[in-house]
Design a binder for this molecule. Structure first.
Ligand SMILES: Nc1ncnc2c1ncn2[C@@H]1O[C@H](COP(=O)(O)OP(=O)(O)OP(=O)(O)O)[C@@H](O)[C@H]1O
Length: 480
């Protein structure tokens, strides 16, 4: 053979010959590929631009109960193949190279779907190949896929559940004057759309009210998203609130993340421990409240979110404004509908109902228990730095420690000392220094307990610096 010329071979499909003709190679490959696919696939189907079947091979038609392919022609594809995604391919013009499609019973098919285009590039239909119906050879992948699908469905269900309100107004127990007024104001707030500011000591039910307000508001069927400013390191807070663009972060968050504002779109965002929000983020939050738009970290696209804010704090916010730690303009923006939850010691009239409600709750896990009226009376004399949360905790511990069907004073006296601060000051045989030592120790221990062990919060409540608190803890022998 001389170079530059190709002799015509005997076999018309000889590759050496075909390779000399660029266009016919393509035609030949298309035809050959289609025939091979058709031979080896479990089924082949072609639909038009309205996702109606225009061609289906006999084997595939038989799988779906048609003795002849003609019976399936002209029908919308889903009418024949229940879980088909061919319509999606026709709509999007994008191929689905590998998918797992449920079939009859517990069977699955591995499928490939490709758009069909005319010379002008318009999608005129799609072709689908069911590659295998015997998935045993793919069983590790299929098992993993099914497991992941299950996990995703569970995670989505629990996320949706987590974004539903846990409490309603009936969860906020108390019929005394103070509790009734709080509920009245909260119910009014539920009918409005302005920001709500909940002020009150720890454990007084601010979170309960935030949930109840959302649940009774016109936004009730939209998400309630909560974020605790004190629980998230300052460096991560901006991304948590406003989201981050892919690559804005190194490490785990390389892919970017959706912020709480966007998650709460249409619903309510509960900003707990608002007093802990760093100054730099306070100005960004103020802008969102004013303009209802923001930018994610590292992104330059503006996101709009329609979110109602409920903020709560146990810090003395006005004092923080005066100290320059909280922006005055943000404070006034939030301070529209303000509700103060009273401390438990100021609403002792609600103690019997609160005890009953806690015991009812615990009956499910600890069995039915009661509390004597003398024991309730005893509880009135305690000053409850941790409020209802502490009451719950005390009753729970008393139940664990006592076998009595009805809790008595001595069951509670083992857990709380109603003399507490007063007795530390007034013990007759103490000199001034040891009384002050005992008083300070008790005061700091209780502040730490009420703040759930968080020194920053405890220091704030006591009105001293964190460093001072640590120094005093060391001097008084209080462990961290
Ligand atoms: N009025 C109330 N009626 C019934 N339960 C209450 C009430 N107030 C508080 N609780 C209970 O006390 C616990 C703490 O309440 P919650 O978390 O709402 O307090 P908080 O004021 O938000 O506290 P913190 O400032 O520490 O976040 C919860 O278990 C809640 O159910």
């Amino acid at each position: 053979m001389t170079s530059g010329s190709v002799a015509r071979p005997e076999d018309p499909l000889d590759l050496t010959y075909l390779l000399a003709d660029y266009d016919s190679v393509r035609q030949w490959a298309i035809q050959s590929m289609f025939d091979t696919m058709e031979d080896f696939c479990e089924g082949t189907v072609i639909v038009d631009h309205e996702a109606r079947i225009v061609w289906i091979n006999a084997r595939y038609a038989a799988r779906f109960g048609f003795a002849e392919p003609a019976g399936a022609i002209g029908r919308p594809v889903e009418e024949v193949i229940q879980h088909s995604q061919m319509r999606e391919v026709v709509k999007s013009g994008k191929p689905q190279l590998l998918d797992i499609m449920p079939a009859a019973g517990h069977e699955s098919l591995v499928v490939t779907r490709l758009p069909l285009k005319n010379k002008g590039g318009q999608v005129v239909g799609a072709i689908g190949f069911a590659l295998f119906d015997q998935l045993q050879s793919l069983s590790p992948i299929v098992a993993k896929f099914s497991q992941l699908k299950k996990e995703l469905a569970n995670a989505q269900a629990s996320l949706a559940q987590a974004r539903k309100p846990k409490y309603s107004f009936s969860s906020f127990i108390g019929t005394g004057e103070a509790a009734t007024e709080v509920k009245r104001r909260a119910q009014r707030a539920a009918q409005m759309d302005s920001p709500v500011l909940l002020l009150g000591e720890t454990g007084t039910g601010k979170e309960v009210l935030a949930h109840a307000i959302h649940a009774a508001s016109p936004r009730a069927d939209k998400p309630l998203v909560s974020i605790n400013m004190a629980a998230i390191p300052e460096t991560l807070l901006e991304a948590e609130l406003f989201g981050a663009a892919p690559g804005a972060y190194s490490g785990l968050d390389r892919k970017g993340r959706i912020g709480k504002f966007e998650l709460a779109d249409g619903g309510t965002l509960f900003l707990d421990e608002m007093g802990e929000l760093p100054l730099a983020l306070q100005s960004k939050l103020l802008r969102v409240l004013q303009d209802k738009e923001f930018e994610a970290l590292g992104a330059n696209q503006v996101i709009r979110a329609d979110v109602r804010i409920i903020a709560a704090t146990s810090a003395r916010l006005l004092q923080r404004v005066e100290a320059g730690a909280f922006r005055a303009d943000l404070f006034y923006r939030l301070n529209v509908l303000t509700i103060e939850t009273p401390p438990l010691r100021d609403r002792a009239e609600d103690l019997p109902a609160l005890c009953q409600s806690v015991l009812d709750d615990l009956a499910l896990t600890c069995g039915v228990r009661h509390i004597s009226s003398a024991a309730v009376e005893y509880l009135r004399h305690y000053h409850w730095p941790g409020n209802v949360r502490e009451l719950r905790n005390v009753l729970e511990r008393a139940i664990m420690l006592s076998d009595r069907a009805e809790l008595q004073v001595d069951d509670l006296a083992a857990l709380i000392d109603v003399g507490s601060l007063r007795s530390a000051l007034t013990a007759p045989d103490q000199d001034y220094h040891s009384a002050m030592h005992a008083f300070e120790k008790r005061l700091i221990e209780e502040a730490l307990q009420a703040a759930g062990g968080r020194a920053t919060l405890a220091a704030q409540r006591l009105g001293i610096g964190r460093a001072t608190l640590y120094k005093k803890m060391t001097a008084l022998g209080i462990s961290r």
